[in-house]
Design a protein around this ligand. Structure first.
Ligand code: HMG
Ligand code: MG
Length: 302
């Protein structure tokens, strides 16, 4: 059956903004995050401590985090930050970050493009980073990119994906998010991968899903994941985003589209949909383009 409650892991401020051409002022990012929390989201990935030359949109991470600390949030709200390596961890820790997210690739080509490294070397760096994060009592999630298809390598074998997921969990990630970076997954494939992970000893409560809507499959894939017992779903307010190192990656599953479906299914998220639509419309104004989310377009006032 379906879960009664789903945790929406909001990635708009990171996965969304990292791929927008417009560079959003730091104070507007802080306001964005504050308003997302005001709409009931409580897992909000705030930014990334990646190399500022690689992702200039997030170059203000060191300034943004203290701005968040000076604002008032519900005590349950968490602000994980993306961290690629030990250098990123030191930067994150200096801002008081308590939750990190590391990211790995299921394919060699994308490991090289996104992390400038092989899978094995990047995993060694990630493992060293996780060790230091755990020593600092931080909580860590892992992402695996290209779980369902790779723009350069084509189909990706289950074995490659499950190997990386298991390695991340063994290294201390409490949750691993299965990334469909280029949006080519379909629901049957989602189910097969989750079942394959179960056979490798990865239980469903350790998994999240991260869909991009490039082929219009993100909601169908999410439904398949919910039916398979997954209860954490990544989404991006307004449907912002993509990935700068995978040209064919367009926006994430929109949080509003997700919440519309979950509300209809009677699944609790704690998110106030109309408030969230207002936030995304406001951000669309800053970015100078309409929010890609169909639900935002349908519910926008005026
Ligand atoms: P590199 O150039 O190979 O780094 O980049 P390096 O280790 O060779 O170091 C070179 C210089 O960079 C050194 O400085 C380091 O200190 C510095 P120097 O000694 O020459 O003065 N450096 C850093 N500076 C600041 N922050 C750091 C950092 N690390 C090294 N963290 C690196 C390797 C991993 C840093 C780079 O490739 C990188 O930043 N990649 C990030 C790419 C990225 O952000 N991609 C998007 C996020 S992933 C994603 O979107 C997918 C996801 O959404 C899931 C899905 O959809 O699939 C999560
Ligand atoms: Mg992504």
């Amino acid at each position: 059956g379906l879960p009664q409650r789903v945790t929406v892991y909001e990635v708009g401020a990171r996965d969304g903004l990292q791929n927008e051409k417009a560079v959003v002022p730091t104070s507007a990012k802080a306001e964005f995050i504050e308003r997302l929390a005001g709409a009931g989201l409580w897992m909000i990935e705030a930014t990334g401590f990646v190399h500022p030359k690689w992702v200039p949109q997030l170059a203000d991470a060191d300034e943004l985090m203290p701005m968040l600390a000076s604002r008032t949030f519900n005590e349950h709200t968490r602000f994980p930050v993306l961290v690629p390596n030990r250098r990123g961890l030191v930067r994150a820790a200096a801002t008081g970050a308590k939750d990190i997210a590391v990211f790995a690739s299921a394919t060699e080509t994308f490991a090289l493009k996104n992390l400038n490294s092989t899978i094995d070397d990047s995993m060694k760096e990630i493992e060293a980073t996780l060790q230091q994060a755990l020593a600092r009592r931080m909580r860590a999630r892992g992402y695996v990119s290209m779980c369902f298809g790779d723009p350069w390598e084509g189909p990706v074998s289950m074995r490659k994906v499950t190997d990386v997921v298991v390695r991340l969990i063994d290294a201390g990630c409490t949750q691993v998010s299965l990334g469909d970076t280029i949006g080519t997954a379909t629901p049957g494939h989602v189910r097969t991968l989750i079942d394959a992970l179960e056979r490798r000893g990865v239980s469903r409560d350790r998994l999240a899903v991260h869909f991009h809507d490039t082929y219009g499959q993100a909601l169908a894939n999410t439904y398949a994941a919910l039916q398979a017992g997954i209860a954490t779903v990544d989404a991006s307010a307004g449907g912002l985003g993509g990935c700068p190192y995978a040209e064919s990656a367009t926006g994430n599953l929109a949080t509003e589209d997700l919440v519309w479906m979950l509300d209809g299914l009677g699944i609790t998220t704690g998110v106030d949909l109309q408030k969230l639509v207002d936030v995304s419309s406001w951000m669309a104004g800053i970015l100078g383009r309409p929010a890609p989310s169909r639900t935002v377009q349908a519910l926008m006032k005026g």
